[in-house]
Design a protein around this ligand. Sequence first.
Ligand code: GLA
Ligand code: ZN
Length: 673
Amino acid sequence: MPDTAPQGLRRLAFGGDYNPEQWPESVWQEDVQLMREAGVTMVSVGIFSWALLEPEPGAHDFGWLDRVLDLLHEHGIRADLATPTVAPPAWFYRAHPEALPVSREGVRLAFGSRGAICHSSAAYREAAARITTALARRYAGHPALAMWHVHNEYGVPVSACYCDNCARHFRRWLADRYRTVDAVNEAWGTAFWGQRYSSLEQIDPPRLTPTVGNPAQQLDYRRFADATMRENFVSERDILHRLAPGVPVTTNFMTALSQCDSVDYWAWGRDVDLVSNDHYLITDGRRTHVNLAMAADLTRSVAGGAPWLLLEHSTSGVNWQPRNPAKRPGEMARNSLAHVARGSEGAMFFQWRQSRRGAEKFHSSMLPHAGTDSRIWREVVRLGADIDALAALRGTRTVPDAAMLWDWQSWWAQTLEWRPSADHDARERADSFYETLYDRHLTVDFAHPEADLSAYPLVVAPALYLTTQDAGANLRRYVENGGTLVVSYFSGIVDEHDAVHPGAYPGALRDVLGLTVEEWSPLGAAETVALTDASGARLTADVWTEFVVPHGAETVWSYADGPAEGRPAVTRHRLGRGTAWYVSSRLDPAALDTVLGAACEDADLPPRGELPHDVEVVRRAGDGGDFLFAVNHTAHDTKVPLETSGTELLTGEHTAGQLTVPAGGVRVVRLDR
Ligand code: GLA
Ligand code: ZN
């Protein structure tokens, strides 16, 4: 059995991507000395090194990497050693131009950046297996080796290839899945628009076509592309397991980035030994720390609640957004430690030393162009000491309060064309529900709709358009057994082939919600509607309204105006020992808070009014102890009540009754039990 934690690491992981090949060897000595000064415990090496490790086909040059790994080992720094398969060398493409990916529009992409890979290419798979085998043979017993880092961020920058090789591979995938062409015809509904196939040979990837392509075909192609990348991951992983038994294998995910939605991480989470994640702040005006918390919660959930590892984030600005603000003083540590609070066993960065050349030279790093006499460096050294002080929490698990249903495949289906309203954005609803729960100081797990939900008093489903009948039955069972469920509109509509469930909407959720939806009526771009309850209170919503017909559900809020005026807007259905809420419009933040607040009462989740706004309070607990994190995102010192006394690990102070968290600061209390 491979380990699930980096081997030989006795502290939390602290470090970053280390690309020594970009620097003369004379710099390496300074690197390791400064790593020691900063408290670095592990670095990721070799991610883009294929062209150096195999300068000619089959000819290897491991000398430089031997020296790097030896040097790291001499300085007590562990190595997360990469297979460089995300960046095949130029010679490879000269020999195998067919391994370059083709876009949906039919354009073959060129060498010259990274990640130019057709995952169906046999030549690519063979070359990747050869370099992986050579690396594993050489370094399996190296004393610096802590874990394997396969590839880099599968799914970006290319999420699917549409070449002829992929077309053949897709047909084989379809044959495995459906056996016969008639089964494909049935699943894809090809009777519509005369798309019927009489042989699997006639089927192509969903390439650019005059108007909207077959939705089920598009959905299956996303599944195929994801499965093909995962096959390639698994084949590298198996080589590493065979040649380096016990050493954990990971590949860095990007769980919550909406630009990277092409990977079904539920499946991947089961295939890695250790889940790791990359997270970057998207500065689009939203609260970045909320998105960070969501990413971390999602990553932990993909890991089944087990500890995971933040493999990349940034010390300050990135360089790939239109505007890239520097992080504010203290923000880096808040980011890093918020990930740790939510289950990460450390905090790693892209990258150790800022590059002088190449596309990412303006991306921040641990050791910036400005050198060690810089704010970034001082904050990095300070964070290294803080992370060092938290070693005791290794192996403990973040304690959740509620769950949000999450399914990448349902999300894929919702991005297909020709939907009732362009203003409905599934991801926006998920973000908004998450933010409401975050502001109620609830720690949220994510769960697949078919997963066992019985541990959660509250489950929310903000955008579950694609819902299988199994998921519907699962949710029904959950509510009957005492759970509280909140479902948002346009959920439960289609099956896994994007086919509408028979009968009235929402086919998979009619029973549990105790209602049907006769018709929906999306609103105009700037239109809003008012909702009202028995007391005459008002809520505001936009984007979407529906004609809801209760069959057992009670109406809690109704539409006061708009196309569905006088009809139910928010309903509540008592079923068995539990309650299922339905929200048929896009509630604004205040309205959503009101409705989720009522659902929290049903779920016996009392409001945490004693906790200040924008102060994140999260617990990790396990054999190693019980730890309370308080992350203060505000500009004021604040106080957090403590149920028991404890020791604050970053200051060493004993605290009881109340914890003072300085403006912009973080405190971690090991609670006395
Ligand atoms: C990704 C990649 C890194 C680097 C960073 C920069 O996460 O894995 O190689 O490009 O982004 O933000
Ligand atoms: Zn291809």
